[in-house]
Ligand binder design. Sequence first.
Ligand code: EPU
Length: 352
Amino acid sequence: MSSMPPNLASPALVPAPVSLREHNTLGLAARAAHCVTIGDPAQLPALTRLAARYDRRLVLGGGSNVVLPPEVPGLVIRVALPGLRLVQAREDAWIVEAGAGHGWHDLVQACVQNGWGGLENLALIPGQVGAAPVQNIGAYGLELAERFVQLQAWDIEQGRRVTFEAADCGFAYRDSVFKHARPGRWLILSVRLALPRPWRPLLRYPDLLEHPDLAGRDPAALSPGRIFQAVCQVRQAKLPDPRVLGNAGSFFKNPVVDAATHARLRTAFPQLVSYAQPDGRYKLAAGWLIDSCGWKGRSLGPAGVHDRQALVLVNRGGAGAHDILALAAAIQREVQARYGVALEPEPVVVSG
Ligand code: EPU
C-alpha cells in the first residue's frame, strides 16, 4: 500500500434526499435523507470533511449486492467516476483501468470489442466496476482476483488516496478486506486489470463446456466474443434481469464443509451437488440445498425464490427488506434443519 497527501482545495458537497429504489437491483423502496454523488476526484477532500459529520456512511455502487432498509441512515455516497483506458500493451497482458462508476458489463463488452479477451466469463454481472473487488465477483470458472492488478481508493476517514495491490485486498471466495472494513471507510476510485496475452478460453465450467456453440470445438477456433455470447445466453436463461424482476444475484454463498461432513451428507443424500476444493474441503451448491427443500418458485409474501435458480431471491413487487430477510431466514432454518448446514447471505444487509 502507498498513499498520497490530500488536496485541500475542493468544492463543497451538498447532501440531498434521494429515492434509492432505482439504485438497488432488488428494487426495494428505500430512501436516503442525505445523499451525495461523487463524479470527480476533486470532490474527495470535501467528501471527507462532510463524512466526518455523520456517524454512519454507506458507499453505494450499482446497488446489486445490498439489501437496503426503507430509510437508509447517515450519509449515502453514490459513485459516478467514469473512465476506461488501456494503460499498457504488455507482451504478456493488456493492462486496462476503469473508473469505479463504469458499468461492469459495459467494461467486459468494451474489452471484448477491442480484442482484449479475459473478462468474458464475467459478462452480464450487474453492478459497477468499483463494487467488483469488494465481493470478488466470480462466475463460470473465473474470479475477478485472477485478473486484478491494483486499485485506487480514497480513505474517507483519513482523507488520503491509497493504492491497494492484490496482496493487500485479501481476496477469497466472494470476499475481500473491503467487505470487512468499517462501512463507509473506503471509496474505490478505479480498478486496474491484466488481461492475459495470448488469450485462452476458460471452459472449466459445465454450462460452458456443454453449450451448443462451444461443445467439442477446437479451443483455437474460439474467440472472446463467442464465449461472451455463450455466457450471456447461459445467464439470461437462468438468472432474472433485475430491470424486470428485482434480485441481487445469488442470495447465499455456496457453503464450504469439511470432508467428513461432506461424506456424511453424500451418504444420506446421494444427489447432493458438491465441488472438491484444493484444501480437501467441499463446496456445496446452495442452489441444490434450497431447491431440494422445495423452495424453488415459492413465495413468502412479496418475496420469492426464482423459478429457474433457487439461489436467487426475487422481489415479486413491493417487497421491503423485511420481506426478503424473512424469506431468507425461513430458507436458512429449513436447510439447517435438513442438512445441518448454515447458509451465509451473500449481499450486504444494511440495518435501518
Ligand atoms: N442447482 C439446483 N437447483 C437450483 C440451482 C442450482 O439443483 O435451483 C444445482 C445444479 O446442479 C447446478 C448447481 O446447483 O448445476 C450449481 O448451480 P449454478 O451453476 O447455477 O451455480 P451456483 O453455484 O448456484 C454460482 C455463483 C453465481 C455464478 C454461477 C456460475 C455463488 C454464490 N454463485 O452459482 O454467482 O453466476 O455460480 O458460475 O457462488 C452471484 O454471486 O450473484 C452469482 C450469480
